[in-house]
Design a binder for this molecule. Structure first.
Ligand code: UN1
Length: 506
C-alpha cells in the first residue's frame, strides 16, 4: 500500500519510468499536469504543434495504405500482443490512472482490465468480420457484402476514463484495418503517454507493422478541431460533453466524415416496491458516488416508489454521509477527489440551484483534502420537482431522489431528459422488468434490470440516444462503425438480365 500522504508526483516518476515513457515527453512541456489527488504539479507536457498534427495524419495515411492489406487475423495479433503487454503492466498503469484522474485504485485497475477485455474481444473479432451473402433476384448472380477498412480514425477521449474509452475504439479500429490518432483529455495526458509507450512495445514484439499506426497528440480543443477538419480522417470518435459533440458533429458533417459520439448522460434508476432494497441501495450508492459521480453512466436521478421512498432516502443519506472519501491510493477509500476546482464549482452551482428551487439537500460540503485536492461529500437532493434546468447533468456526486406512484409515470419522467445513455430498474416483478426493456420502456441505449446504471461490461454495445449522440462503441457489432460496407453483385451467367426486369437491348 502506498503511504496515504505521499506526494502524487513521486509516484508518477516511478510509474512512467517503469512503463518506458521518456522524461522529455512529460517533464519539460509548457502544459502543466496536476494530479487531482493533491493538486500538485506532476509534470509538463508539450502541446502538439500544427506541423506535428499534419505529420501524424500523414503518417497515419501511409500506415493505412499498408495496414488495410494485412489479413485481419494478423492485425488481431498486434492487439493480442497489446493485451499481453497490458497484463504485465496492469498494476502500474492502473496506479497511473489513479494519479491522473483520481479514481480509487480498484477502479484504476478495473479500467485497465476493461482494456485487456476489449483487446481479447477484438482479437476474436479479427476472425469474425463477417459479411452477408444475399439472394439475388437474377439467375446466375450472387450478391454479397464485404467489409473494408475505413481509414485513419481520430479518438477524442475524456478525463474520467483516461484509457478504457481509447481502447474500446483503438482495439476495434486496429483489427478493422485502421490507424488511430488519439487526442486525450488535456487533464489526463500521462496515461495516454504510458499507453503509447506500451503500444510501442507491442509493435516491437509484432515486428513488421507500418510506422504511424498509433499516435498521441496532446492539447486542447484546437488539436481536436484540427483532426475533425482534416480530410484524411474518416471517423471521429469523440467522448465528452454534448457541447463538444455538437461542434464535432456539425464540423464533420460539412465534409461528410463519419462520427461516433458518446456524450452526456442524465441517467436514472427506478426502485419498485418489489425490489431487493439492500441490493438497490448498494447499486445506487455505487452508481452515484463511484468515481465521484464522474462517469458518463453515473446515476443522477432515482425514482423510488412512494411506499418505500422515505426509508430508502434516509438510508441513502446515511450511506453518503459515511462513505470513505480520501486519497484514492488508500484501498480503504471508496471515493476520491473531483478532477479539479472547476468541477467543484459546477457542483456548488447545481446544489445552489436545487436549494433555490426548494429542495432538501444533505452533503455537498468540501472535505479538507491533501494539499489542493478537491474532495467533496456526495450530495443527496430530495423534495424537488422533476422539471427544468435544475436537473441538468453535473459531473459530480449529486443524486436527485423522487417519489413515484405509477411506473408509467416514472418511466416517462426518466425519459423526459435530453440525454438517453443509461437506465435501470430494480424489481422482482417480471411484468415491470419486461415493460422497462420494451419499446414502451426506457429510451436509453442501456437499460438494466437489478443492476445500476454504471459499470457496463465490454461485450455489449455502449452508447445512447438523443443528446448522448447515438454512437455505439465497444462490443456487439460496434465494429461496423470502423469499416466501410461494400455491396457486391457478381454475374456468372453469361447473360445480362437487368434488375427489376428493365429492358435495354442495343
Ligand atoms: C464513461 O464514463 O465515459 O459503464 C465510460 C461504465 C464504464 C465506462 C464508462 N464501463 O461505467
Amino acid at each position: 500500500m502506498i503511504d496515504a500522504i505521499k506526494p502524487a508526483a513521486d509516484d508518477a516518476t516511478a510509474l512512467l519510468k517503469a512503463m518506458g515513457v521518456k522524461d522529455a515527453l512529460w517533464q519539460s512541456g509548457d502544459r502543466p499536469v496536476h494530479s487531482p489527488i493533491d493538486g500538485a504539479r506532476i509534470g509538463g507536457v508539450p502541446d502538439a504543434t500544427a506541423d506535428e498534427i499534419a505529420a501524424a495524419v500523414a503518417a497515419s495515411e501511409r500506415a493505412f495504405a499498408v495496414w488495410r492489406t494485412v489479413p485481419a487475423p494478423r492485425r488481431g495479433e498486434l492487439v493480442r500482443l497489446l493485451g499481453q503487454v497490458l497484463r504485465v503492466h496492469k498494476e502500474a498503469l492502473g496506479r497511473l490512472v489513479t494519479l491522473d484522474c483520481g479514481k480509487p485504485l480498484s477502479e484504476g485497475s478495473g479500467e485497465v482490465q476493461e482494456v485487456i477485455d476489449i483487446c481479447d474481444f477484438a482479437v476474436g473479432l479479427s476472425r469474425q468480420l463477417y459479411g452477408l451473402t444475399i439472394a439475388s433476384e437474377r439467375p446466375g448472380h450472387r450478391m454479397m457484402e464485404t467489409w473494408h477498412p475505413l481509414g485513419p480514425v481520430a479518438i477524442i477521449t475524456a478525463f474520467n476514463f483516461p484509457v478504457a474509452v481509447w481502447a474500446w475504439n483503438a482495439a476495434l479500429a486496429l483489427v478493422c484495418g485502421n490507424p488511430v490518432i488519439w487526442k486525450p483529455s488535456e487533464k489526463t495526458p500521462l496515461t495516454a503517454l504510458a499507453v503509447q509507450a506500451l503500444f510501442e512495445r507491442a509493435l516491437a514484439d509484432f515486428g513488421d507493422a507500418p510506422a504511424g499506426l498509433s499516435s498521441v497528440l496532446i492539447g486542447d480543443g484546437d488539436v481536436g478541431a484540427a483532426l475533425v477538419a482534416h480530410p484524411a480522417i474518416r471517423l471521429i470518435s469523440a467522448t465528452g460533453s454534448t457541447r463538444m459533440g455538437r461542434i464535432v458533429n456539425e464540423q464533420a458533417a460539412q465534409r461528410f466524415a463519419r462520427v461516433l459520439l458518446e456524450l452526456g448522460g442524465n441517467n436514472a434508476s427506478i426502485v419498485s416496491p418489489s425490489a431487493d432494497v439492500d441490493l438497490a441501495l448498494r447499486a445506487s450508492a455505487f452508481g452515484f458516488m463511484g468515481t465521484a459521480g464522474q462517469r458518463c453512466t453515473s446515476l443522477r436521478r432515482l425514482f423510488v416508489h412512494r411506499s418505500i421512498h422515505d426509508d430508502f432516502l434516509a438510508r441513502m443519506r446515511a450511506a453518503a454521509a459515511s462513505i470513505a472519501i480520501g486519497d484514492p491510493r488508500d484501498p480503504a477509500m471508496l471515493v476520491g477527489p473531483l478532477i479539479d476546482a472547476g468541477a467543484a464549482a459546477a457542483m456548488d452551482q447545481a446544489l445552489a440551484d436545487a436549494r433555490a428551487a426548494g429542495a432538501t439537500i444533505s452533503g455537498g460540503d468540501r472535505i479538507a483534502g491533501l494539499g489542493d485536492g478537491v474532495y467533496v461529500r456526495p450530495a443527496v437532493v430530495s423534495h424537488l420537482a422533476h422539471t427544468g434546468p435544475v436537473l441538468r447533468e453535473t459531473f459530480a456526486p449529486i443524486l436527485y431522489v423522487f417519489a413515484y406512484d405509477d411506473l408509467d409515470d416514472a418511466i416517462s419522467l426518466q425519459n423526459s431528459v435530453d440525454q438517453g445513455l443509461s437506465s435501470s430498474i430494480f424489481t422482482a416483478d417480471m411484468r415491470e422488468a419486461e415493460l422497462f426493456v420494451s419499446a414502451a420502456g426506457s429510451d436509453c441505449g442501456i437499460a438494466n434490470i437489478n443492476i445500476g446504471t454504471s459499470g457496463a461490461e465490454i461485450g455489449g454495445a455502449f452508447g445512447g440516444e438523443k443528446e448522448t449522440g447515438g454512437g455505439r462503441e465497444s462490443g456487439s457489432d460496434s465494429w461496423r462503425a470502423y469499416m466501410r460496407r461494400q455491396t457486391n453483385t457478381v454475374n456468372y451467367s453469361g447473360a445480362l438480365p437487368l434488375a427489376q426486369g428493365v429492358k435495354f437491348e442495343i
